[in-house]
Design a protein around this ligand. Structure first.
Ligand SMILES: *Cc1c(COP(=O)(O)O)cnc(C)c1O
Length: 382
């Protein structure tokens, strides 16, 4: 498969006809258990927690899209991050990007830290800070780039080089870019993580998560966590993600075109402050975005100055829906301080720049003229 280009891979990786029936679509194998052929022998599957034929196909597709050696599907993005850190031990040290998805910080702060694992938040956009934070007990540098919701970037190649020189692995949350726009493994990272809930599924109809590894040890480790801890993706939701993947390259082209158009429109609006979109020349890391991404995507955020202004804007939008999440075909707007980052304290949010006036957009694949008209009328209400 790896000889094919990207859109071909998206349609065909893991998605060949069913060997039994010739069905062109991957069948949804709704079976918890599988008949054994003898004592200790089977046809490749024995119990669906350990492996399911539909999940296998999705995992094959995910590995191909990220250029990894193995893919592993979990019941949500958070279950995937939990699986990523499940094999760490008390005393291990983890460096994590300082403005990660709020749910990642909640998992690390309220659960993983209780296991004696030392989580340190670092501005991974600052290479000196990453270098200074690495200790002999550091096992993992976990990066999110671009970050949610402030769209700041980390140089994946530079951090990977730095970490590898000290024997430390690097994992990248690639949810915001999707495998269509950024390939962390090719840039030197070791593990890619996704919330497939977002662009990979693309239709806001199912949660899911994934880890893609680059070594045989990753495969062994993530398979063990799937089998032992059980946070796996159901066959039906595996099918939904597989179906979403087939149009991922096509959807990302439209997301990209609309994201740029909306960002350009917002950049002309006086009420819009601190507009963050890596595709704009005014973004402080625009050059890095050009270097490590194949596009800028359709996520952006801006500040309307106050909670009241953000509230008026969110009440006035008609086509954009006021809702959490992102990466679906429909456009969404959300108030980060009270949704994705509600778990942080006021001080933590303040120090990251997640203000009460901050609004995040996930620009969908509708006609961009309609989206801009909606934003224009909503801004008049502010
Ligand atoms: C949504 C999201 C997650 C969590 O994924 P779920 O599928 O909601 O559990 C993790 N990281 C990022 C960047 C996300 O956007």
């Amino acid at each position: 498969m790896s000889e094919y280009k990207y859109s071909t891979l998206a349609v065909h990786a893991g998605q060949y006809p069913d060997p039994l029936t010739g069905a062109v679509n991957v069948p949804v194998y709704l079976s918890s258990t599988f008949e054994l052929t003898g004592i200790g022998t089977d046809k490749g599957w024995d119990y669906s927690r350990a492996g399911n034929p539909t999940r296998d196909r999705l995992e094959e597709a995910l590995a191909a899209l990220e250029g990894g050696t193995c893919g592993h599907a979990f019941s949500s993005g958070m279950a995937a991050i939990y699986a990523l850190v499940a094999m760490l031990r008390s005393g291990d040290h983890v460096i994590c990007s300082h403005n990660v998805y709020g749910g990642t910080a909640r998992l690390f702060n309220l659960i993983v830290r209780n296991y004696g694992i030392d989580i340190e938040y670092v501005d991974t956009g600052n290479l000196d800070a990453v270098g200074a934070a690495i200790r002999p007990s550091t096992k993992l540098v976990h990066i999110e780039t671009p970050t949610n919701p402030l769209m700041s970037l980390t140089d994946i190649a530079a951090v990977s080089e730095l970490a590898h020189a000290r024997g430390v692995e690097v994992s990248v949350d690639n949810t915001f870019m999707s495998p269509a726009l950024q390939s962390p493994l090719a840039l030197g990272a070791d593990i890619v993580m996704h919330s497939t809930t977002k662009f990979l599924n693309g239709h806001s109809d199912g949660l899911g998560g994934a880890l893609i590894g680059s070594t045989p040890e990753h495969k062994e480790r993530f398979l063990l966590v799937q089998k032992a801890a059980g946070g796996i993706l159901s066959p039906f939701e595996c099918f939904l993600v597989l179906r979403g993947i087939r149009t991922l390259p096509l959807r990302m082209k439209q997301h990209e075109e609309n994201g740029r158009a909306v960002a350009e429109f917002l950049s002309t609006q006086a009420k819009v402050k601190r507009l963050a979109y890596p595709g704009l020349k005014s973004h402080p890391q625009h050059q890095l975005a050009l270097k490590q991404q194949r596009g800028f995507g359709s996520m952006l955020s801006f500040d309307l100055g106050s909670r009241d202004a953000a509230g008026r804007f969110l009440a006035a939008i008609k086509l954009f829906l006021s809702a959490e999440s992102l990466g679906g075909v429909e456009s969404l707007a959300s108030h980060s301080a009270t949704t994705t980052h509600a778990a942080l304290s006021d001080e933590e949010r303040e120090s990251l720049g997640i203000t009460q006036g901050l609004v995040r957009l996930s620009v969908g694949i509708e006609d961009k003229e309609d989206l801009i008209a909606d934003l224009e009328q909503a801004l008049q209400a502010v």
